[in-house]
Design a protein around this ligand. Structure first.
Ligand SMILES: Cc1cc2nc3c(=O)[nH]c(=O)nc-3n(C[C@H](O)[C@H](O)[C@H](O)COP(=O)(O)OP(=O)(O)OC[C@H]3O[C@@H](n4cnc5c(N)ncnc54)[C@H](O)[C@@H]3O)c2cc1C
Length: 547
């Protein structure tokens, strides 16, 4: 495939050979004069111009791809492109070389199947594997667990980013720090990129990975307002449990995605915890902005003590004593979660043959933040970009235009993700589904689930979001249909228990289990058929994008 890509790059339109005019044969008497002029004037002048030019401007074909932003997604995309034969330049606003800081906070990412697929495809998996902590279940305050079909993987995002940058550098990617994108750096008509004073290039692809408030989006969405990111109704505080606080935890207890649903004054709030390689757990406390923003003012006396009291009352489990970073969190304020709703995530600049793609937070915002572990940043880069390289045929303009259409089609997943986030937040907040719903689902999963999530009839909702490899839009429709069926069965069981107190209790009797299976029987076939039909439709749409 690399040979194919290299061959395609050799045929890039801006590298077309310019026809050289063939001069008329010169009369023989003029030859000595012409030679004198050439030797004495033209050659030295041409040499001078060429030396000066090479000092000022690197050749236009210097870079085939310019990536803005050296966060995890930008570094991964750059590495992926370089591995596929492009010469890539990453331009990063930060001035520090390789130091990745997010307001002083250490933040984990949780990777699922799709994140792993991306890292594997760009050859970074082997290097990173030892730094990943498997999270085998969702674990609640009371010690109860819901096992994932396969573990999610927790990784410190700074570590991930640094490793990806190092791998990209080793592969030949050029990183230029302190060179963030500013309006006018890219000529929207010709696709020419300004790299510095009198230094420019004409890449085939420009990738915006410049984060949630990124500006590259304006190139392909010029009608959007100056600030197109919007604040979600959710916000967060970030804390952590230091290694000493988890020392007595068994590995079985530690290696989980931890959830503390809030109660009392924390009703409707929840904390998620991701384990770290050093034995610490990163805690993110989620709450609705309206509910939290003004509670613990940084300037108010005793705000930190009040916050600890809140931790004790709302979450118990000794979190008030275990959690560190309370003062810093309050001083930093309750953080907003930003979302993006760009109309387009890809486009061509004029008819220049230069294509712009947005990935990561620059595309969708921080939606995956709600602990979904869907990891749309990596998923988008994998599904919307690298996955399509496996397609047969040259990587010419038809291919890139197809990729633009495909990426914009997948943008529909953004809305699905927003709904998935809210559902998942509600599920974590409430300690997951009600007991009867859980029990019904467990019976169905046991009978109809299979080892392969992409084939199974019933799964826990969270597994679907995290591990299903079909597009989120399809997942959402299937999960909705599945939830509807579970809901109906639950109502029948409840009614048979004559409603009232205890009708939602967690265990199902043997006759009830049989009833659940009998009620589900007619629903499983249509569910699988719906899934198959949606996947087929999706594949046909993708095919049509590249036709
Ligand atoms: C507390 C917290 C918890 C999270 N938990 C999870 C999780 O569990 N799972 C998950 O998948 N995601 C999680 N996320 C989201 C995750 O952090 C982001 O999805 C991820 O960082 C996206 O990476 P990115 O490369 O797109 O953007 P960023 O990491 O924001 O990187 C953007 C880069 O672009 C640079 N930049 C900005 N402007 C310019 C410019 N004009 N020119 C050039 N460069 C520029 C920035 O300096 C930065 O280096 C969490 C986020 C937070 C804040």
């Amino acid at each position: 495939m690399f040979a194919l890509v290299a061959a395609a790059l050799a045929r890039l339109p801006w590298q077309k050979a310019v026809p050289v005019p063939v001069p008329e044969p010169a009369p023989s008497t003029l030859i000595p004069t012409i030679v004198t002029i050439l030797v004495c004037w033209v050659l030295p002048l041409a040499l001078l111009i060429s030396v000066n030019k090479s000092k000022r401007t690197k050749p236009a074909s210097d870079f085939d791809a310019v990536v803005y932003g050296a966060g995890p997604v930008g570094a991964a995309v750059a590495l992926g492109l370089q591995e596929r034969g492009h010469r890539v330049c990453v331009r990063e606003k930060r001035t520090e070389n390789q130091v990745v800081i997010d307001a002083g906070k250490s933040i984990n990412l949780s990777l699922s199947t799709r994140g792993r697929a991306l890292l594997t495809e760009i050859g970074a998996w082997d290097d990173l594997e030892s730094t990943l902590i498997p999270m085998v279940s969702r674990r609640f305050t009371d010690g109860s667990v819901e096992r994932y079909r396969e573990p999610l993987l927790s990784i410190n995002r700074n570590l991930l980013t640094i490793k990806l940058i190092q791998a990209a550098e080793a592969a030949g990617v050029t990183f230029e720090y302190g060179t963030g994108y500013a309006q006018g750096d890219v000529d929207a008509a010709t696709g020419t990129v300004r790299l510095g004073p009198e230094r420019q290039c004409k890449p085939r692809v420009i990738v915006g990975c410049d984060g949630v408030h990124g500006k590259l989006c304006k190139l392909i969405n010029p009608r959007e307002p100056e600030r197109s990111s919007r604040a979600s109704e959710w916000g967060y505080f970030e804390l952590s449990i230091p290694p000493a606080g988890t020392a007595s935890m068994s590995e079985e207890a530690f290696n989980n995605f931890h959830i503390w649903p809030g109660r009392g004054s924390g009703q409707g709030h929840f904390i998620v915890g991701l384990p770290n390689h050093d034995g610490s757990i990163t805690l993110t406390l989620f709450a609705l902005m309206d509910d939290m923003a003004r509670r613990f003012e940084a300037t108010a006396d005793g705000a930190a003590d009040q916050f600890r009291q809140y931790l004790a009352e709302a979450y118990g489990a000794g979190l008030d004593g275990l959690a560190v970073g309370v003062e810093e969190a309050i001083a930093g304020g309750f953080q907003r979660i930003w979302l993006n709703d760009h109309e387009r995530l890809a486009g061509e600049l004029g008819s220049s043959g230069t294509f712009v793609f947005l990935f990561g937070d620059a595309a969708l915002g921080m939606e995956q933040f709600l602990g979904l572990a869907v990891n749309l940043g990596f998923e988008g880069a994998h599904r919307g970009f690298l996955e399509h390289w496996a397609r047969a045929g040259p990587k010419d303009e038809t291919f890139w235009r197809g990729l633009v259409r495909a990426r914009n089609h997948l943008n529909a997943g953004a809305k699905a993700l927003q709904r998935a986030s809210s559902k998942n937040a509600a599920s974590m907040r409430d300690g997951c589904d009600d007991p009867l719903g859980k029990a019904v689902r467990a019976v169905l999963e046991e009978t109809h689930g299979t080892a392969d999530i992409d084939q199974s009839g019933f799964e826990s909702t969270h597994d679907w979001w995290s591990f299903c490899t079909v597009p989120l839009k399809v997942v959402e429709s299937v999960v909705d249909a599945q939830d509807e069926l579970v809901g109906k069965i639950k109502e029948v069981v409840k009614a048979a228990r004559a409603g009232g107190d205890g009708a939602d209790a967690g265990t199902l009797s043997e006759p009830e289990k049989e009833k659940v299976l009998a009620l589900a029987k007619s629903g499983v076939g249509p569910l699988l058929a719906l899934r198959a039909q949606l996947v087929k439709e999706h594949q046909a749409t993708m095919q049509a994008c590249f036709a």
